[in-house]
Write a protein that binds this ligand. Structure first.
Ligand code: ATP
Ligand code: MG
Length: 331
C-alpha cells in the first residue's frame, strides 16, 4: 500500500466540488492504503476566521467526512494545528522555497485579488505549509482537485532543493492523484470560476448539508443557456455552464459525457436540471442525514480528532525531528 495524505480547509461546509474532486476519491483509496486526512485549520487561518466558527467547522467537517465514508478507526483523521510537526517543517520549507516561486502561485493571485498588500503573509506562504503537510509523513500519493496541481509541483521543487542543498535523499518526490473527471467543478452561477467554499454567495455551490429543496432550488436557478442539448460533447464547446451541469450529471451517474448527452439530445435545460437534482439528492441526502446523527454526539467527534492527532504525531514526529537534525538544529 501507499501512504496517502490530503487535506480540506474548515472554511465552510464542503461542496460538490470538494466531494467530486477530492472526498469521494479519499473514500475509494482507503482500501489497501494508509490514509492520512487532515482538517487544515492552519491553512484556514490564512484568511480571517471567526474563532467560534472555525471550531464549529472543524467538528462539522469531521462528521461530514466520516458520514461520507472515511473510516476513522482504520485511517487517520485529525486537525492540522494539533500536530506541531506541520508548523515546524513549514518553517524549514519557508527557508527553502524562493520568493520567486511564491510569486508564480496562481491561487494566491486569485485569492488576494487586486489588493495583495493587505493579505496575510500566511496566505502567501500557504503552499510551503502544504508541502510540509505532505512531507511530514513522507506521503507519496496526494489526491486533490485540479486547482492544487501547481502547489504539488512546488512541493516537488522544495523536495529537490532541500535534498540538493543538504546533500541528502531524505524527502521523496510527491505524486499527485488528480481525477480525470470533475477535478474542477465550476460555480453554478459563473462557469468561469471554480466552485469554492469561500465564495461569498452560496448560490454558486451545492453544499453537502443542503436540504433537498435547497438543492432543487439552486439547480433550478443555476445559469444555463437557451440552446437545446447537443448529441455530442463537441456541441458544448464554449458553453461553460452547460458543460459544467452535464459533467456533474455524468460523473454522478457513472456515465461518459457523450452517454449523458444521448439522454438529453435536442431537449432544453429543464429536463437536465430535474434529472440532475434527483441524482444529487440521491448522493447527498444520506451523507447529510448521517452527519446530523454524528453531530448529536460531539464527544465522539472530539475523540476521533484526538486519537487521529496522536496517530499522526507518531508518524510525523520522527520524520520532522530528522529534518530538523539535517538542517542543524540542536534538540
Ligand atoms: P476555499 O475557497 O476555502 O479555498 P475550497 O472550496 O477551494 O475552499 P479546499 O478546502 O481549498 O476547498 O480544497 C479541498 C479539496 O477540494 C482540494 O483537494 C481541492 O483541490 C478540492 N477542490 C476544491 N474546489 C474544487 C472544485 N471546484 N472542483 C474540484 N475539486 C475541488
Ligand atoms: Mg481552496
Amino acid at each position: 500500500g501507499k501512504r496517502v495524505f490530503s487535506g480540506i480547509q474548515p472554511t465552510g461546509i464542503p461542496h460538490l466540488g470538494n466531494y467530486l474532486g477530492a472526498i469521494r476519491h479519499w473514500v475509494d483509496i482507503q482500501e489497501g492504503n494508509e490514509c492520512i486526512y487532515c482538517l487544515v485549520d492552519m491553512h484556514a487561518l490564512t484568511v480571517w476566521q471567526d474563532p467560534v466558527q472555525l471550531r464549529k467547522q472543524v467538528i462539522e467537517q469531521t462528521a461530514i467526512l466520516v458520514a461520507a465514508g472515511i473510516d476513522p478507526q482504520k485511517q487517520i483523521l485529525f486537525n492540522q494545528s494539533a500536530v506541531s510537526a506541520h508548523a515546524r517543517l513549514a518553517w524549514i520549507f519557508n527557508c527553502v522555497a524562493r520568493i520567486g516561486w511564491m510569486n508564480r502561485m496562481t491561487q494566491f493571485k486569485d485569492k488576494a485579488g487586486k489588493n495583495r498588500e493587505a493579505h496575510s503573509a500566511g496566505l502567501y506562504v500557504y503552499p510551503n505549509l502544504m508541502a510540509a503537510d505532505i512531507l511530514a509523513y513522507k506521503a507519496t500519493c496526494v489526491p486533490v482537485g485540479e486547482d492544487q496541481r501547481q502547489h504539488l509541483e512546488l512541493a516537488n521543487d522544495i523536495v529537490q532543493k532541500f535534498n540538493h542543498d543538504y546533500e541528502t535523499d531524505f524527502f521523496p518526490q510527491v505524486q499527485g492523484y488528480i481525477p480525470t473527471t470533475s477535478a474542477r467543478v465550476m460555480n453554478l452561477r459563473d462557469g468561469s470560476k471554480k466552485m469554492s467554499k469561500s465564495d461569498p454567495s452560496e448560490q454558486g455551490r451545492i453544499e453537502l448539508m443542503d436540504e433537498d429543496d435547497v438543492i432543487v432550488n439552486k439547480i433550478k436557478r443555476a445559469k444555463s443557456d437557451s440552446e437545446p442539448l447537443p448529441s455530442e460533447r463537441k456541441g458544448l464547446e464554449g458553453r461553460l455552464e452547460a458543460f459544467n451541469l452535464i459533467s456533474i450529471y455524468s460523473v454522478m451517474e457513472n456515465k461518459t459525457i457523450d452517454q449523458a448527452l444521448q439522454e438529453f439530445a435536442g431537449q432544453g435545460f429543464s429536463t437536465v436540471k430535474t434529472a440532475l437534482s434527483d441524482v444529487l439528492i440521491q448522493h447527498i441526502a444520506p451523507i447529510r442525514e448521517q452527519t446530523k446523527k454524528l453531530l448529536a454526539d460531539q464527544a465522539y467527534i472530539h475523540t476521533i480528532l484526538k486519537q487521529g492527532a496522536e496517530k499522526a504525531s507518531a508518524i510525523a514526529e520522527p520524520i520532522v525531528s530528522e529534518a530538523e537534525a539535517i538542517v542543524g538544529f540542536i534538540k
